[in-house]
Ligand binder design. Structure first.
Ligand code: SF4
Length: 221
């Protein structure tokens, strides 16, 4: 099986060379104008959310994984739910899928610190999640609050669950990706979850197309 991380590294290196040539003639294409800070570190989370017990996952979790990154980011990425490592450390996307997500972002000149990364579900679930399950319904309300606080220009949903829950659609990510949607006036670009991409590297071209689209939207404002 091809090494997907190496392939993204190769794409990054090609992109870097392309950018260097472009910048020489046109200036820095990928400079994203910073927003006025909308929120401070202190008021980022509603105090009521700090120890959420709204569903049964509160009993088994070790840490709530709210998210990580720039709380005034233009780009918000939403995955599915924390795994074991994330549950231990309280941060999202720490495993192989997280490494791949970092590479995907770097391929368009974005660092993890530039964006905000979270999950639809904030506590580690056991078993498969369903769109109408208690934890999804309750955590979706917390996600709405995060979106209100961060005020991103673009939301990228990663995988089936986050895409379907946010857009209130029933189709699969395979059918939904490739188009731009709106959530409360914010552009939403769905793409495959990095964990899916690790198992299905043939889909990397589609994710590459999606991340380029996101980059173009960030540049055009
Ligand atoms: S999964 Fe979401 S709703 Fe359930 S306890 Fe954790 S933060 Fe609260």
């Amino acid at each position: 099986m091809p090494d997907i991380v190496s392939e993204f590294k190769e794409i990054m290196s090609l992109t870097k060379r392309y950018l260097e040539r472009k910048e020489e003639s046109e200036g820095n294409l990928f400079f994203i104008k910073p927003k006025e800070p909308a929120i401070s570190e202190q008021n980022f989370l509603d105090p009521e959310m700090a120890d959420c017990n709204k569903c049964f996952l509160a009993k088994s979790r070790r840490r709530i994984v709210w998210g990580e990154g720039n709380k005034n980011a233009d780009l918000l990425l939403i995955g599915e739910a924390p795994g074991e490592k994330e549950d231990l450390e309280g941060k999202p996307f720490l495993d192989k899928d997280g490494e791949l997500l970092t590479k995907i972002l770097q391929a368009v000149n974005l660092q993890r610190e530039d964006v905000y990364i979270t999950n639809l579900i904030k506590c580690r679930p056991e078993g498969k999640l369903k769109i109408d399950s208690e934890e999804v319904i309750n955590c979706l309300k917390l996600l709405y609050l995060q979106i209100r606080q961060i005020k991103p220009k673009i939301i990228c949903t990663l995988g089936n669950l986050a895409t379907r829950a946010l857009l209130e659609r029933e189709e699969s990510i395979t059918d939904l990706r490739g188009k731009i949607y709106y959530f409360r006036g914010i552009k939403v670009v769905p793409t495959f979850h990095p964990a899916y991409l690790l198992k299905n590297p043939k889909e990397k071209r589609k994710v590459w197309d999606d991340i380029q689209k996101i980059r173009d939207l960030l540049i055009s404002g």
